[in-house]
Design a protein around this ligand. Structure first.
Ligand SMILES: [Zn+2]
Length: 341
């Protein structure tokens, strides 16, 4: 792993939300060819805590993982939890304050503390705290979100530069602006002046009809530096990754790939692009199918087991079935990404 190369080639990062890819050991994760993972700052903060993370030497040491780790800022999750009134809290110019349901303690996520927590996680790629809103926002609200995102990006960068002396880490920012193309452009241009290592497409990646917001994505790409990595957060389904790679994005992540595996939505090149490579292993037609999930796949699951076996294991909710399905789906995504390089 060379941090300077992050995002130069296409890379897909599965989610290791709380410090593990569900149902996989780190060795099994390596076997899929995965080069990096995304961890969730908020979950690590409230479950593991800063003190413990620092004592144990950070998430890479804890996971025994030598690949890339990208941490999000925690902002997106905490905003959604507050907006949906699942958590108590509030947002103002200083940051986000919330009560953790774990211990009842009050936490404040500011641009500076979001960086500090990510440094305790010891991730390689950090993300600035941004002001994220729901997809359908008024122009006024989108303007406020962009302006605050810019001020917070500046504060994050200043704090990051003060803290980072020797060890090389990357700091990325988030481009907001919702569906307003001129705001997307302005946000991208202003952030470019601040010279980040990477630029992330923020906000919602699909519209209310479930289609990718390609106009917004293109507008952002046109207005950020060519040589920096470009991360489209939360994308996505195989065909969406193909489309975003065509637009110019290089870094992808989604919780779908592992969650779908556990729910029996597997991916197979035998299925083809028209159906987004989806193979629903729970369907009765696979109950006696002796073929592997994907005839072209070289993963542990496809080399050793049949569709019938995976169909059976998932039906009885056997954890080994979740493991084998996850290994296959992660390998599929790596092969998909390799085919697009
Ligand atoms: Zn496979």
């Amino acid at each position: 792993m060379n941090i300077e190369d992050f995002g130069k080639n296409l890379i897909f990062l599965p989610d290791a939300t709380k410090g593990a890819v569900k149902f996989l050991t780190t060795d099994q994760l390596r076997s899929t060819g995965t080069q990096g993972v995304v961890v969730n700052t908020l979950h690590l903060l409230i479950n593991l805590g800063v003190e413990k993370m620092e004592k144990l030497g950070g998430i890479k040491s804890i996971m025994n993982w030598e690949g890339y780790v990208l941490s999000d800022s925690g902002g997106f999750q905490v905003y959604s939890l507050i907006h949906s009134e699942k958590w108590k809290g509030g947002i103002d110019e200083n940051g986000v304050t919330f009560i953790s349901p774990k211990d009842g303690l009050k936490h404040t996520l500011t641009p500076e503390s979001a960086i500090d927590i990510q440094l305790a996680i010891d991730s390689d790629v950090l993300v600035c705290l941004d002001d994220c809103r729901f997809s359908e926002v008024s122009r006024k609200e989108a303007e406020i979100s962009v302006e605050r995102t810019l001020r917070w990006a500046q504060r994050c960068k200043k704090h990051f530069e003060k803290k980072i002396l020797k060890s090389k880490k990357l700091l990325s920012c988030v481009v907001q602006g919702a569906g307003y193309l001129d705001l997307r452009e302005m946000c991208a241009k202003e952030l470019s002046k601040m010279n980040f290592d990477g630029y992330n497409f923020g906000g919602y990646v699909v519209n209310s009809e479930g289609n990718l917001v390609t106009d917004e994505m293109e507008k952002v790409i046109e207005n950020i530096p060519k040589e920096k990595f470009k991360y489209v957060m939360g994308v996505g389904k195989p065909n969406d990754i193909i489309k975003c790679a065509e637009i110019g994005y290089t870094v992808f992540d989604t919780v779908l790939v592992t969650r779908n595996a556990r729910h029996g939505s597997l991916y197979s090149f035998d299925e083809g692009k028209e159906t987004d490579y989806l193979l629903r292993i729970g369907n009765s037609q696979y109950a006696k199918d002796e073929k592997p999930i994907d005839s072209t796949c070289d993963c542990e699951t496809c080399k050793n087991y049949s569709r019938a076996y995976i169909n059976y294991l998932l039906k009885i909710k056997e954890p080994t079935g979740y493991t084998l399905a996850t290994i296959h789906n992660l390998r599929f995504y790596q092969r998909l990404i390799n085919s697009l390089q």
